[in-house]
Design a protein around this ligand. Structure first.
Ligand SMILES: [Zn+2]
Length: 321
């Protein structure tokens, strides 16, 4: 099983997906890697009703939608715009805002751009995601505008509190989890760890008392406290460098790309940030997941696909390598 290659640049992307027809062909090769097979009569020959994005079985005339179960289903927005949106969203490190998407793709209405991003974001929450494995750094942070008069520490005011866990992998980071939480109590933080991290993992935290329970829960807990009298940011970064790097990247993304995000929508943006971070080395998988093609990762050559096709199509640069 070979995963299709991914365009290495915008130029290449444009060459692979110049129009709706190319996108449709890609859709077919992603979902029907072994060619058409009628779900009703098992026939292997079909006619492509291109305009309506349907296969029609040559034997029993049963019709199969090319887009059923994907984000592309029932949309009036052209396929190639969807492909562009998914590409920009899955590859651009900072992601993309609705305003940018509207401008870059020349979409008439802001609402259309916003709805596209919204639908693509829904594909970013994967309920079957596997647990992080140790060692893992965990810490919390506030996300939101500046607020004065708070005592510091874990007092939250009206800002959102977010807990972040990241795998330690050599000098770098592995996978990431982020979640909006209601408070920094032992119940809340330890429940997050239990949901996100495999049992028994090596956990690195700061000296916040809520994390002490982790030992009782079977984790190998390594709290690290700052030296007294020295709580400069540099020192904090030395204690949990990966989680703090992730937090700082998150904040500049929220501020830079989205000009801040309200607390009620924050989790959706955290999911997007985590999705892209965790797939930074597999952009093709990210792209397909966003479009809803993720469950059929097998690739196929165009010859295999078009062997079952009745109508000939012009030859073009295939998106599959
Ligand atoms: Zn049939």
């Amino acid at each position: 099983m070979v995963r299709p290659d991914f365009p290495r640049s915008i130029i290449e992307f444009q060459r692979w997906f110049p129009d709706d027809e190319a996108c449709r062909d890609y859709l077919i090769s992603s979902r029907w890697s072994e060619g058409f097979r009628c779900p009703r009569c098992d026939e292997q020959v079909a006619v492509l009703l291109a305009k309506r994005l349907l296969w029609q079985c040559s034997a029993c005339r049963y019709q199969v939608s090319l887009t059923a179960g994907t984000v592309l289903h029932g949309t009036r927005t052209p396929l190639h715009l969807w492909f562009w949106a998914a590409y920009l969203m899955s590859t651009g490190t900072p992601g993309i805002s609705a305003v940018q998407l509207q401008r870059q793709l020349g979409i008439k209405r802001y609402e259309t751009a916003w709805m596209m991003l919204h639908k693509l974001r829904r594909a970013m929450v994967n309920p079957e995601r596997t647990s992080l494995t140790g060692p893992v750094e965990v810490d919390e942070c506030f996300v939101g505008g500046l607020e004065h008069g708070l005592r510091g520490g874990r007092q939250r005011g009206t800002k959102a509190l977010v807990v972040v866990a990241v795998e330690v992998r050599g000098a770098g980071s592995g996978r990431l989890r982020m979640q909006v939480i209601s408070d920094a109590s032992a119940d809340t933080l330890c429940r997050f760890v239990q949901d996100a991290v495999a049992p028994g993992a090596n956990m690195h935290t700061d000296g916040w008392p809520s994390y002490r329970r982790l030992t009782k829960l079977g984790y190998e807990h390594h709290p690290r406290t700052q030296r007294p009298g020295r709580i400069a940011v540099e020192d904090l970064d030395d204690i949990l460098p990966r989680v703090h790097r992730a937090i700082s990247n998150l904040k500049s993304w929220l501020q830079g790309t989205h000009k801040g995000v309200s607390a009620e929508h924050l989790q959706v943006y955290l999911d997007e940030f985590v999705f892209r971070f965790n797939r930074r080395r597999t952009p093709m998988a990210a792209f397909q997941t966003l479009l809803g093609l993720g469950s059929h990762q097998q690739s196929a050559t165009y010859e295999e696909i078009y062997a079952v096709k009745v109508r000939p199509t012009p030859v073009r640069d295939p998106p599959l390598r």
